[in-house]
Design a protein. Structure first.
Length: 575
């Protein structure tokens, strides 16, 4: 890497160059930087470290390793932390309203830090669900040379001779509440102590691992960098390499928007579907695209899903965890077989400075591993996630079908205003086989915050009713959710969408094969109900949730909170 840098086009010139910046430089000398350090590019190393949950506790160590890579490549790292709301802790109570909101605030705080201090580049290290897209949104918004690094998954727990994840604990709660002999209080207490054995994000193909796969597939992360579990200290080698890589990107001026093209977003959506990934990707990919001017909403995501075979046998719909996926070759192995079948675009650029196809040249598909099927002989011919449209969801909805045997469901609605009411009914077994449970007023505005419903869906599954009822909501589902569960129904109830007008007993039909979701009401009946409807007053009239409710857009466009690329009048990287 260059020993001397021309800062005439780098943002940090505004805080390091010329006599007028003597006060600014005095601060850097106070922190131990040398004159030579100040003349180098400044790289923001952002981490979502906190002690809220094991997802994030390994991030500081890896951020420090990133800094070593930046220094080795003749740059000056500047570490900082931002927030994370961890879904496993926030789940099933009011805390979940903060989860999706945190994604945009992560992007905002990273933007503010980079802008405020005129950093030249960004390496983002993230672990829990919303922190991954939040960090990548900031990269695309700022458009400085950037590399993303996933903090790694947790190791599987071991209970009664089987690998387990936190999902097993959530589902065990349902079995315990139902008084099933298979899950006593004592057995539940033993399981909770063994399910999560150390650092790292949830171990199945839930939202964190799904978005980690996205980071590689879309080209913002180094190949195979998401594979190793968080406790493995050799993950730090990828952190060092990420620091070195961002310095090469500064030298070549290769930026996130050069990498994240329309084709790259298609690659990302295809990898989500091929792995049976989280439905939350259908929120996060449009939100990321919104930052860089790529038209890619729920319908575009669903089109990519529809042509994708499901080939990674991962929990919650399959049998293996993230550690197994990494050992089988991870995202490069998956993309190798997808590329061989012409399902992904090999000409997309990546942070290596090479294309996807060039990165995969030396990867040989391993037929002896059991986790990733050849794309020519998939688990199922269609992807693990499906978009739905119809009279109940004119703006669309999303369902994960990986692991489902039955792709159609018709039944009477059982309507609940909010998750708590539905969870209480499930806990008391106050529902019956064939019901379509409807949880509404949980959308981005109506919640506010678009909560996940894992506590409820896991309880249903724990009661062995996962394939006997359906559940639909204008809220979200955890990537760990399984069963016939439809989320992101739009327009949401708070906006007067059809989900806000249905009543208990109305017949709802869902067909995940045809991609439809309908309610058996005539237009005249719907109009009569609409005339009687009015929006609910939420419990949040001030504070960050009220602010979010005022700003947030619809789910099918990513539930974003600002104008994005369309409102952009300058690019930070060019200040």
């Amino acid at each position: 890497m260059s020993k001397t840098w021309d800062k005439s086009r780098l943002p940090s010139r505004h805080v390091t160059e010329g006599p007028a910046r003597s006060p600014h430089r005095s601060y850097y000398y106070a922190m131990g930087l040398s004159t030579a350090d100040i003349k180098k590019p400044f790289v923001g190393v952002a981490s979502c470290w906190n002690e809220a949950a094991p997802c994030n506790t390994a991030l500081m160590r890896q951020a420090h390793a990133v800094s070593e890579g930046v220094k080795a490549a003749n740059g000056t790292p500047r570490e900082f932390c931002t927030i994370t709301v961890t879904d496993g802790i926030a789940m099933g109570h009011e805390g979940m309203r903060s989860s999706l909101v945190s994604r945009d605030w992560i992007a905002d705080t990273v933007e503010l830090t980079i802008r405020g201090h005129s950093y030249d580049a960004l390496v983002g290290v993230a672990g829990c669900d919303k922190s991954l897209p939040g960090m990548m949104m900031a990269m695309l918004r700022l458009n400085v040379p950037s590399v993303f690094l996933y903090g790694g998954s947790i190791m599987p727990g071991r209970f009664e001779g089987k690998d387990v994840t936190v999902l097993d604990v959530f589902e065990a709660v349902g079995a315990n509440a139902a008084g099933m002999n298979t899950m006593s209080d004592e057995k539940l207490a033993a399981l909770e102590k063994l399910a999560c054995p150390g650092e790292g994000a949830c171990g199945g193909q839930f939202t964190a691992n799904t978005m980690a796969c996205v980071s590689e597939a879309i080209g913002l992360a180094l190949p195979l960098s998401s594979a190793l579990p968080a406790p493995y200290l050799n993950r730090d080698e990828y952190a060092v390499a990420s620091g070195e890589a961002v310095m090469r990107l500064i030298a070549t001026n290769l930026r996130p928007r050069d990498i994240c093209t329309r084709k790259a977003f298609e690659n990302a959506a295809i990898v989500v579907a091929a792995t049976g990934g989280s439905t939350n990707a259908a929120l996060h990919l449009p939100a990321m695209a919104h930052e860089c001017g790529v038209a890619f909403d729920l319908k575009d995501v669903a089109e990519a899903f529809a042509k994708t075979p499901y080939i990674a046998d991962l929990k919650p719909g399959g049998n293996y965890v993230a550690k197994d996926f990494g050992e089988a070759g991870g995202v490069p192995m998956l993309m190798k077989t997808l590329l061989a079948e012409g399902l992904i675009h090999g000409d997309c650029m990546t942070v290596t400075g090479k294309t996807i196809a060039e990165n995969l040249e030396d990867v040989v598909f391993d037929p002896t591993q059991k986790v990733i099927y050849p794309a020519s002989a998939p688990i199922t011919k269609t992807g693990g996630v499906v978009g739905l449209w119809g009279s109940l969801a004119p703006e669309g909805a999303i369902v994960k079908v990986a692991g489902l045997e039955k792709l159609q469901f018709t039944g009477p609605a059982r309507v609940f205003d909010g998750e708590e009411a539905c969870f209480a009914a499930v806990e008391n077994r106050d529902y019956k086989e064939g019901d379509v449970l409807v949880i509404r007023y949980e959308g981005p505005k109506g919640g506010p915050g678009m909560r996940e419903m894992l506590s409820t869906t896991a309880a249903i599954y724990g009661q062995s009713m996962g394939d006997r009822v359906a559940l639909i909501t204008d809220g979200r589902f955890s990537g760990a959710t399984r069963g016939f569960c439809v989320g992101h129904v739009g327009p949401e109830a708070q906006e007067g969408g059809p989900i806000g007008l249905i009543e208990t007993g109305d017949i709802i039909s869902i067909d995940a094969e045809k991609g439809t979701i309908d309610i058996r009401l005539t237009p005249a009946e719907m109009q009569a109900r609409r005339q009687k409807w009015s929006p609910r007053v939420t419990a949040y009239g001030s504070g960050v949730l009220a602010k979010f409710a005022k700003l947030v857009g619809p789910a099918h466009k990513g539930a974003v909170t600002h104008e994005g690329y369309d409102g952009e009048r300058h690019i930070y990287a060019d200040i």
